[in-house]
Design a protein around this ligand. Structure first.
Ligand code: C5P
Length: 397
């Protein structure tokens, strides 16, 4: 039972592969876990509630409008009682409705109401899988933290060939183990993350800033919390929601960020993702600066901000694992290697920000350590975050 959820909510969509969900129920039960099945209306056309009730030894839910079930087990509770929600098969239609945030039947209502990790095992015709609409829906779900498995490739029930077949139930079990194992990997660890830009005031209405959106740092905070860590997220000015289970401290300037980091110590892991402004205005004006009519601009005198990462790298309370980011527009890896030593960090995660990374949804990162460089493919920031957090958990174990 180690690394396997105790309770699974299994949402079964309407596709020919739905019959394999019955086998999945059997495998989950064999693992000693409890499974409750929810069928979409279309799902009931492919597999019967009776089959699933017999295999799961639990009532099967099919509708929002079942008064008896609603009294005994409200749909919100149903969505929260599980440790993990698995959608299998995840049809094109069901994923489209999930991506759109619809709640027009019991399955989608549960998926919208749950606060638990969600996994989806897709199954559909190859052209449907490769359609731009499905690609966008899968990307949106992954960006929101849903683990969408890659479908298998092969001959399909419709006679075509290609990716779109439901992964085998054994492979889905392995994915559940991996997803849930990851959910415990950082239990008991304090992870400190900085994210977003800083704003350095020029006067009460103007400031120096940069294009950092905070998305990668927030995704890391979400992934660390998902992995069971206690997470402190020190956020510069960004308009992003706080990930569930994360303790957030909002700051404006580099100096406030440095103080907030100090106050949050000690920690086991620190990941400094924030694009901290290197300089601040030496003497920010108390009142709005005005044109003086001469046509000349009064120069701004800049002074250097504290380097929070380097400060931690040389601090008494240096975390066990100290990770910095290096946003570069050229010589990405060489600059990261130089930064490793200079900042006293254990890893530098280098990313090339010459394209649309800042503010964008995807990222390509290279994890630079004393042992070498591990380059990850371009992925949604949520996936990059999970990969980094998995590597962090490995390093600590
Ligand atoms: O020196 P550079 O800005 O390229 O280094 C980037 C890394 O250092 C990031 O991890 C960033 O969060 C951190 N940093 C910092 N304090 C600064 C400047 C950068 O913590 N003042």
């Amino acid at each position: 039972m180690l690394h396997f959820p105790r309770r699974i909510l299994l949402v079964i969509g309407g596709g020919i592969a739905a019959y394999k969900a019955a086998e999945l129920v059997r495998l989950i039960r064999r693992e000693g876990a409890d499974v409750t099945c929810v069928l979409t209306e279309a799902g009931t056309r492919f597999v019967t509630p009776l089959t699933l009730a017999a295999l799961s030894e639990n009532p099967v839910h099919t509708t929002l409008w079942d008064l008896k079930n609603e009294v005994e087990m409200g749909h919100i509770r149903l969505s929260r009682e599980a440790d993990l929600v698995v959608v299998c098969p995840a049809t094109a239609d069901l994923m489209a409705r999930m991506a759109a945030g619809m709640a027009d039947d019991l399955a989608t209502t549960l998926l919208l109401a749950t606060d638990k990790p969600v996994m989806a095992a897709p199954a559909m015709n190859v052209r449907m899988w490769q359609h731009e609409a499905t690609i966008a829906n899968v990307a949106a779900l992954r960006a929101r933290g849903v683990t969408v498995m890659e479908p298998d490739e092969g001959a399909m029930a419709c006679g075509e060939f290609g990716p779109g077949r439901l992964p085998e139930p054994e492979a889905i079990m392995a994915a559940i183990r991996a997803r849930f194992g990851a959910a415990r990997a950082l239990a008991g660890k304090h992870v400190l993350i900085t994210a977003g830009p800083t704003h350095e005031p020029i006067d009460p209405v103007r400031y120096i800033a940069n294009r950092s959106s905070g998305k990668q740092g927030f995704a890391l905070a979400a992934a660390a919390a998902e992995a069971g860590a206690q997470v402190t997220l020190i956020a510069g000015p960004v308009a992003l929601p706080t990930p569930p289970g994360v303790c957030r401290v909002d700051v404006e300037t580099a100096r406030e960020m440095a103080e907030a980091v100090d106050a949050a110590l000690p920690c086991d892991v620190a990941i400094m993702v924030a694009a901290v402004a290197d300089w601040r205005v030496a003497d920010a004006a108390g009142q709005k600066r005005k044109k003086d009519g001469t046509g000349r601009i009064a120069p701004l005198e800049l002074v250097e901000n504290p380097d929070i990462l380097a400060g931690l790298g040389h601090a008494v309370l240096k975390p066990r694992l100290l990770i910095g980011f290096a946003a570069e527009t050229e010589h990405v890896i060489a600059h990261a290697e130089a930064k490793l030593a200079r900042k006293g960090a254990d890893w530098i995660i280098a990313n090339d920000v010459s394209g649309d990374v800042m503010g964008g949804a995807d990222n390509t990162v290279h994890i630079v350590t004393a042992a070498g460089v591990d380059s990850l493919p371009r992925m949604p920031k949520a996936e990059v975050a999970r990969a980094i957090i998995a590597k962090v958990a490995d390093a600590l174990s």
